[in-house]
Design a protein around this ligand. Structure first.
Ligand SMILES: [Zn+2]
Length: 701
């Protein structure tokens, strides 16, 4: 069950913290003017200060003033209005907060806050003075002392590509918790690195990392939106070297995957696209480019269960941190719901405590953004059953952060707001791991069942958060047009050999990888019979497959032939399967033998009798029941998801190339024997229930 997080919890927590940690200021002890802000507190965190105060009745908004002071509390610069708090800023209006950021971390300031009633300025609060938190890490402790180029230049320069490689290599060398792996190379041959971070050490292989339910942060896909990348680099240092029990606890329960720069060429040239001009965040489904291909192969191999994708957004009126879940209507409902829970349940509530203005993408006058293109990582990950969100850092200070004409102030506010978000993301995963995994397994099982309509474009609606809410404008409606809806899903797509293996010209330099290579990068199972290649829909990425292989696909790879079920309803007597056979909503009373070179794909089907396949090209069972033993030997492609099997199961001598047999979410009333399969079967992170002994290869399934 998904918890609701009522606003009241955040309110009461905040009030409790304020009451127990803040001394009662003098202004609250004497009789303050009725319209004066009282009980101002300043709480320090990495790169920002949370200011909190008692609200003033009838206030239209509040102004936050900051003054630099020296050690004697003597001003060293002019007081400046650095923030405007507006009522649409946070879900909890009774405990206003504002995250002040942009200053040089480590400097000392005095803050005051005043209400405005209309345009009338009320008296300022009594001041509070504090020294802000210096950049993380003791300057004399090895590892902790590392700094990025951005930090050493006080945000005057972004960290260069070569600085990044040296910095991440130094972290790798100095911390047992971090391993830097190269996922691939950009068009211009820059490495695409990923930091794999765990405690006390990260798991050794992608498959072992996948077993930890990892989280993935993609820090910089648009080369001219670098604020998140600097946050990722700082967070990597904290995760690598911090002795804070919170950090070691987080890293003991998952693996954090950080890709600082997927688009190194675009970053080096400060361009949105890669060196070919391709917007990589319109390519994650098509994977025409080496950068996106590297990321999608990483998702296939490491199987992150949750993600964030970092951007900056050019809207001076919007909130600090616009966010958005995967909305494409082919994304399974539990993934959409869990992503919304992460954003609205967690980030809005925690943002109201810390003073950051998280809001729905669009937020206020945001325009036609955040739609259903499956080419966008947010949607691609959702279609891969990953709870995730887009993160936008508001580019300019705008009306509510009027002190960001200074470039370094602006850059620091953006980066430290991203750092806050990414830490909150890790906390959410730690607290809600069971819910995230449950949503993922429900999503995979519902996708593999291949029920319900398919849409080729179209988003779920996202209603405005109940008032008082962060932001006025929910993301635009994006309903699927009638001609992009397919009410009756096919069982599979059939591709000719020319479609599957033919040369393509849609990659850099007019050269593209084949459809076969891209399907392999996505990790979909394919059944080959003669010159025909079948991609069944009873797979975990059922919502994504048609978008690339159906003639109706808006941005597709090819026009595959829809193959509909050939076996439905009741059938009595033994069945010998030849060719490609698809059973849906069928009841087969009798033993089933899948002949050598043949394939059986089932959904919502019951087989009463043994199921035997020897030398078959493929067996893909989902949402099906087998009332008898199952024996699958020397078969090329195997997937059993959410099945119930009353009898022993024997998987033996199956050689399936790089594509491991899947046995997931299945109940077996009998022993499970797995012998001499290469590679070893896996369970996608969804445990099976086996009422009998298991042999070594399936012992952990
Ligand atoms: Zn962007």
């Amino acid at each position: 069950m998904r918890r609701q997080r009522p606003t009241l919890i955040a309110v009461s927590t905040l009030i409790a913290v304020t009451l127990t940690t803040a001394p009662i200021p003098a202004s609250a002890q004497r009789a303050a003017p009725p319209d004066q802000v009282t009980a101002l507190t300043a709480h320090q965190a990495d790169g920002y200060t949370t200011l909190a105060w008692q609200p003033v009745d009838g206030a239209t908004d509040y102004q936050i003033e900051r003054t630099p002071v020296d050690a004697d509390n003597t001003p060293t610069g002019a007081p400046t209005i650095v923030g405007i708090w507006r009522p649409n800023r946070q879900i909890n209006q009774q405990a206003p907060t504002f995250a002040d950021a942009g200053y040089n971390p480590g400097d000392t300031f005095q803050w005051r806050v005043r209400a405005r009633t209309g345009t009338t300025e009320q008296p300022y609060s009594d001041p509070v003075t504090a020294t802000t938190t210096a950049p993380w890490g003791n300057p004399t402790t090895p590892g902790e002392q590392l700094r990025t180029g951005w930090e050493t230049t006080h945000a005057a320069q972004y960290t260069s590509d070569t600085d990044e490689y040296a910095y991440t290599a130094a972290i790798d060398a100095l911390s047992d918790r971090v391993r830097v792996v190269e996922l691939g190379r950009t068009v211009q041959n820059r490495p695409i690195n990923m930091m794999v971070i765990g405690h006390p050490t990260p798991a050794a292989t992608p498959e072992a990392v996948a077993a930890t339910a990892p989280v993935a942060i993609n820090c910089n896909v648009h080369g001219n939106e670098p604020g998140d990348r600097e946050a990722c680099l700082i967070m990597a240092r904290q995760l690598a070297f911090s002795t804070d029990p919170r950090i070691t606890d987080l890293l003991s329960h998952t693996t954090v995957l950080i890709v600082p720069t997927i688009n190194g060429d675009g970053r080096a040239n400060n361009t949105r696209g890669n060196s070919t001009g391709q917007d990589l965040n319109r390519d994650y489904s098509l994977i025409r480019q080496p950068e996106t291909t590297a990321y999608i192969k990483m998702v296939r191999d490491y199987r992150p269960v949750a993600g964030y994708d970092g951007h900056e957004f050019g809207n001076s009126r919007a909130g600090d941190l616009p966010m958005l879940p995967p909305r494409h209507q082919n994304v399974a409902q539990p993934i959409f719901d869990q992503s919304q829970d992460m954003i609205e349940g967690h980030m809005y509530a925690k943002g109201a405590e810390a003073g950051w203005w998280a809001c729905p993408y669009g937020c206020e006058g945001g325009g036609n953004v955040g739609l259903s293109e499956e080419t966008i990582l947010r949607n691609t990950l959702g279609l891969k059953n990953v709870t995730n969100s887009l993160l936008e850092l508001r580019s300019s200070g705008g009306q509510t952060r009027p002190d960001e004409g200074n470039t370094t102030n602006n850059r620091r506010r953006k980066t430290y707001s991203a750092l806050w978000t990414f830490h909150q993301f890790l906390d959410y995963h730690r607290a809600d791991r069971a819910d995230i995994l449950k949503a993922r397994s429900e999503a995979i099982e519902s996708q593999a069942a291949n029920t319900g309509r398919l849409v080729f474009r179209g988003s779920r609606p996202i209603p405005a958060h109940p008032a008082p809410h962060p932001g006025d404008s929910p993301p635009p409606l994006d309903a699927p047009p009638a001609d992009l809806i397919l009410d009756s899903p096919p069982c599979a797509y059939k591709l000719t050999d020319a479609q599957y293996n033919g040369a393509r010209t849609d990659g850099p330099g007019g050269v593209g990888t084949t459809v076969a290579q891209r399907i392999a990068a996505h990790g979909w199972k394919v059944i080959t019979i003669g010159d025909d290649h079948y991609v069944p829909l009873n797979q975990p990425e059922r919502g994504l497959i048609p978008l690339l292989l159906d003639g109706k696909g808006v941005e597709k790879l090819t026009d595959g032939e829809r193959v509909y079920p050939s076996l439905t309803g009741r059938r009595n007597g033994p069945l010998a399967v030849t060719g490609f056979t698809c059973a849906d909503d069928a009841t087969i009373n009798g033993p089933v033998t899948v002949r050598a070179g043949a394939a059986l794909v089932t959904t919502a089907t019951t087989i009463s009798g043994p199921l035997t396949a020897t030398g078959a090209t493929g067996i893909l069972l989902a949402d099906s029941t087998i009332n008898g033993p199952v024996r699958i030997a020397t078969t090329d492609t195997i997937s059993i998801i959410d099945a119930t099997i009353a009898g022993p199961v024997d998987l033996s001598g199956n050689t399936t190339g790089t594509d491991a047999p899947v046995l997931a979410g299945t109940t077996i009333r009998g022993p499970l024997n797995c012998t001499a399969n290469n590679p070893t079967p896996h369970n996608l992170g969804i445990a099976n229930t086996v009422h009998g002994p298991r042999t070594t290869q399936c012992a952990a399934l």
